[in-house]
Write a protein that binds this ligand. Structure first.
Ligand code: TMP
Length: 211
């Protein structure tokens, strides 16, 4: 039987460098001959990418907070069944750009929906699946938003207020406080080389002798 792969998620507010650092870790794992699958949420399958585009496009009709939450979990259910679980079972490591901690931060804290409904949906949809390690890239909301704006036009969620992103950041930090063994905070506003050294340090510490 193949050894089950590891499930690592990257989290953080807008513009904190998740994608750059996820790509860096992917390359590092490939160099170490570890099979790796890279994905993102919302998205990661054909249907889930359609849900992503529903969620991120600006519409005339506003999306209710509840619909937003349910669409996040609908996409997640597709992603888990069709991509994440099969890859882990095959022995690949899965690196995912955002997962359920984003729901606690954005819908729970940002949209003020609270944690209890999310806890229920998490249980219902994930049936015990949680990341082995979550790297939370943390920076002040202003810093990240500035970077997100430089990337181009803002999507429906990026276009939220600074106070929304302040709540998102606090939501993430609360998640890290609740689950310190899984969620590791890395300062995202230090030089990139230091961020990446911190990531490698975490990986070595977490998974030493696994492969
Ligand atoms: P990004 O991953 O490309 O930054 O875009 C995804 C957007 O979706 C981002 O604004 C965060 C948001 N999001 C949520 O609000 N809840 C979630 O559960 C997830 C996975 C993402």
């Amino acid at each position: 039987m193949k050894l089950r792969g590891k499930f690592i998620t990257f989290e953080g507010g807008e513009g904190v460098g998740k994608t750059t650092n996820l790509t860096f870790l992917r390359d590092y794992l490939i160099q170490h001959h570890i099979p790796v699958v890279v994905s993102r949420e919302p998205g990661g399958t054909q249907l889930a990418e359609k849900i992503r585009s529903l969620l991120l496009t600006k519409h005339k009709e506003s999306i209710t907070e509840q619909a937003e939450l349910l669409l996040m979990f609908a996409a997640r259910s597709q992603h888990i069944r069709h991509v994440i679980e099969p890859a882990l079972a095959e022995g690949s490591w899965v690196l995912c750009d955002r997962f359920t901690d984003a729901t606690y931060a954005y819908q729970g804290a940002g949209r003020n929906l609270g944690a209890s409904t999310i806890q229920w949906l998490e249980h219902f949809v994930q049936q015990g699946l949680t990341p082995d390690l979550t790297i939370l890239l943390d920076a002040p909301a202003e810093t990240g938003l500035k970077r997100a704006k430089q990337r181009g036009e803002l999507d429906r969620i990026e276009d939220e207020t600074l106070s929304f992103f302040g709540r998102v950041r606090r939501g993430y930090l609360l998640q890290a406080e609740l689950e310190p063994a899984r969620i590791k905070i890395i300062k995202a506003d230090q030089p990139l080389v230091d961020v990446q050294n911190d990531i490698i340090g975490l990986i070595k510490h977490f998974f030493v002798n696994e492969h």
